[in-house]
Structure formats: C-alpha cells, structure tokens
Design a protein around this ligand. Structure first.
Ligand code: 48F
Length: 264
C-alpha cells in the first residue's frame, strides 16, 4: 500500500499552470509593484500587505532575499544598528548584542523569517522575471513595469528576440539595490539624473538612505541601496538596519500616495 495518494503527472502540471495563471492574471494590475526582493523590497511589501494594499514583488532571480542571505564577505551573520533590531523582534528573529547599539543575527534565519512575514502579509511574487522598462502615462507618470523572462538577458541576440509584457501599477518601488535599475531607465530617457553611490561610510549612510527614501519621480519611489545610487549617498556595507527602515519608509510613502491617486 503506497504512502501517497495516487495522482497523474498531468494533474501535477495542470495544478501548477492553473494556479500560476490565475494569480498572474489577477496581478497584471496591482496597487504597488516592488522591483527587487532584497531586504528593502521585502519589508516594504510586508508593510503594504499588512495595510491591505495589493502588492506584487518582481524578482529577477529564482530566489528572494537579495543580499540578505550573507552578512558580508562569505560570512552569514548580519549586523543591525539600533533601533533596527526592533524589526528582528517583530519578525521573531533571535539576535545577540555585539557592542553598544550593535546587534548580530543569523543571516539565513533573518532572511527566511522576512520572506515568510512578507508572504504572510499577502504579497505575491514573480520570480525569474526581469524588469526591463517602465510603463509611462501622460508623458510623466510611472504607471507600471515592462517584464521579461530573466534568462533572456543571457541569451545571444539571435535567439532572444522575445517581446516583453507590461504590468500595471498605481505606484512602483525601485528596490533593485546598488544598480537602481528602474530609476536608471528614467536616466536613459533623460528625465532623471543618478548621482552614483558614494564610498562606504556606515555612520552617515544609514540615516541618509532612510531620510532620502521617497518619490523620486511621479509614481516611482526608491528604497534601499537604490536610494544611495540615485542621490550619491555613501554606501553602508555589511549592515542592514538602513535597508529595513528604508523599506518601511517607502511603504509609508506609497500608502500616502495611493489615496491621492484614487481621488484624481
Ligand atoms: O541587492 P538587494 O539586497 O537590495 P537592497 O534591498 O539591499 C541591499 C543589501 O542587500 C546590501 C547592502 C546594504 O547592507 O549594501 O547590498 O537595497 O536586492 C535587490 C534585488 O533586486 C533584484 C536583485 O536580483 C536583488 O534580489 N533586481 C535588481 N534589478 C532587477 C531586479 C530588475 N531589473 N528586475 C528584477 N529584479
């Protein structure tokens, strides 16, 4: 007598296809699309999801977490400066005090808990999906993203003539890390100038990144390290409190922006 219930191979494939396409169709129009599933994008998604906002996170890798799996170099311990350890408390991640105001946690523990919390908040994900352009309305408002299958970026031109598809959103958050690849699209169009990330200076960078997190162009909010790249702020290296607080701030800005959009 077999342990598992008998199902056919066809049933398995159909279950995947139907479930994926149902969700995909529903999220062709979202309230907020977050590009990048690193720490800043995940926490922004969690905050928005908790507030009842319909959120889709688009991630080019087949895994979420970005740079949050490793603390620095090859070492999987993450550091956070006070008061960001309170977010670890919220997520139920254990940590220890390294020195006054500095805390250290297991990166895989922190990253997986953050991913879980973002899922719990009702956020949906598209993985292996590259955002390669923006949808613009009225000439000057970001109204969504243009996506393609990520591996397309690694294929030779002869076999990569594959048109992307657009997804609509009321607000887009660029949480693509050091690349600031969404904001960079606006730079390529000559409507935004990116200052480029500054050299590492922990003391200055985290406050500055959180402070500058916000709408950089109509309909586009920047979060996480993308903020440093857009505004020329120092990078922070192997510490993550700034990423988490920046993501929270980005969500707050989006929540303030969304009702205004509904009115107009
Ligand atoms: O790099 P990442 O973790 O960005 P973050 O949230 O956090 C930065 C820290 O990890 C660390 C640091 C601070 O301590 O310096 O680097 O700002 O996550 C960015 C995610 O965006 C994805 C990328 O694969 C990564 O998972 N991404 C980048 N460009 C695109 C993208 C794109 N065009 N389309 C889809 N995903």
């Amino acid at each position: 007598m077999a342990l598992f219930h008998p199902v056919t191979e066809g049933e398995v494939t159909k279950a995947i296809v139907v479930s994926f396409l149902r969700q995909f169709e529903e999220y062709v129009e979202s309230d907020v699309i977050i590009v990048g599933g690193g720490p800043s994008g995940l926490i922004a998604g969690r905050e928005l999801g908790k507030a009842g906002v319909k959120v889709l996170i688009v991630e080019r890798n087949n895994y979420l977490g970005g740079g949050f799996w490793v603390g620095g170099y090859f070492m999987n311990k993450v550091t956070l400066r006070a008061p960001a350890q309170k977010i670890l408390d919220e997520l139920g991640v254990p940590y220890s005090r390294a020195s006054e105001g500095l805390y250290v946690a297991d990166a895989p523990y922190a990253c997986s808990k953050l991913i879980g919390a973002t899922c719990d908040a009702g956020v949906r994900f598209l993985s292996l999906t590259l955002v390669e352009d923006l949808v613009m309305r009225g000439g000057n408002r970001v109204a969504g993203v243009v996506v393609n299958w990520s591996p397309i970026a690694y294929l030779p031109k002869e076999v990569s003539a594959l048109d992307p598809i657009p997804l609509e959103a009321k607000v887009v958050i660029d949480a693509t890390g050091h690349d600031a690849s969404v904001a960079r699209k606006l730079e390529q169009r000559g409507v935004l100038k990116l200052a480029g990330e500054g050299a590492l200076w922990i003391e200055k960078s985290e406050d500055a990144v959180v402070e500058h997190t916000g709408e950089v162009y109509s309909g586009l909010i920047v979060a996480g390290m993308a903020v440093a790249t857009v505004y020329g702020l120092p990078r922070m290296g192997p510490t993550f409190g700034g990423m988490l607080l920046s993501g929270k701030r980005a969500a707050q800005v989006a929540i303030e922006t969304l009702p205004q959009l509904k009115v107009s």
